[in-house]
Design a binder for this molecule. Sequence first.
Ligand code: SF4
Length: 445
Amino acid sequence: MIKSNKLKSEQYEQNFADIRPPFEDSTAAKVEANRCLFCYDAPCIKGCPTHIDIPKFIKQIASDNVKGSAHTIFISNIMGAGCSKVCPVEKLCEGNCVYNLLEEEPIQIARLQQYSSMKALDENWKLFDRKSSVGKKVAIVGAGPAGLSCAHVLSREGIDITIFEKENKAGGLMTYGIAAYKVTPEFCENEANYISSLGGIEIKYNQELGKDFTLAQLKKEFDAVFLAFGVGETRQLNIPGEKLEGVVDAISFIYELRNKGFSSVPVGDKVAVIGMGMTAIDAATQSKRLGAKEVTLIYRRTQDEMPCTEYELDIAKLDGCEIIWLAAPVKIKGSGGKVKQLVCSKMKLGEPDASGRRSPVDTGETFTIDVDMVIKATGQAPYEKLIGKFKIENSNGKISINEDCSTNIKGVFAGGDAVNGGKEVVDAVEAGKNGAASILSYLGV
Ligand code: SF4
């Protein structure tokens, strides 16, 4: 049965405790920092989309220069604190650490990064100065990682920034779409406040492009515009029964969980989660942690093609989630308007598709599982209509940009998920930096 408040408050607390806990003290951080080999041409840096000078910040921790270490992190990635909590480091920096080649545990880069960057946030260290205003104004649409990172770089150079955000909090998917045991809403708010505390950045909340203002207005009032509004609604399954009570989309489910508090979010006893990306894992593990008895992840390909990392898969397995590979939902059966069963087709792998992954092919055989809740985590679709409305060149709704992040409209730049269709937070931060660099050159600053 779908209901809220399935557990005791201490169980919620335990289930949603930080999955990447900080070092217990500075000695523990320094011991780990001293394991680093401070490699020349360090492969860990190449594994980081924002190119943080990892050996440098680790050396600064080892020599007790935590402030310097935080500066080294933030100069490359102003959301270094958030990224230390949510990045899939096993396929990025830590996955590239030379210790892997020696078959030893890689350096705990994320925890070290968290050690310095959290201190900076907690103690509100002022690590950057804003140059005096150069009299130029830039509008940024979206206060997610791409928008905030772009704003910080531009504001440091004396540009006056106004960010238009459609939600009532900053952070984008970081605030609304990531599992609560990775980052809390309070943390996301602190991080956004820390970034805007530089000065010269005004965030206007509840302001949606196409509803509360237009692109033409922004173009008229500002010297340049950066579009960083991310992606939109979860893709539909387009199968019978999708409107039944008990079918929800993963982003709304996670959004509720982060806004309402754990005990207020209803969850079923037998939950099926469709998809195998990070959002699917976040929805599945959180369903289990909210008190669902059985959670099954359904994926139409195999483990070799899954978008989530092995580490994420292990979290789901450790939480007791089941996984059915090579299965695609074809029908949701209900009774009294409520979900009762999920019918799936058995798939096999065919030729590789455009993504390079082998595509699933229907075998014609089906199977049925009993469920009372279905969570759709099949990716988010770009804002195709909105982009079309403003005549922004795009490819299936993803904004097309040139090498300098410019769109087909003069003075309008774009970056992040709105361009790439949805990647990691750290990729969005880098896109924001790139957008800022191009805007600075466009404005002649
Ligand atoms: Fe240190 Fe590993 Fe990076 Fe080498 S690859 S600098 S050992 S974190």
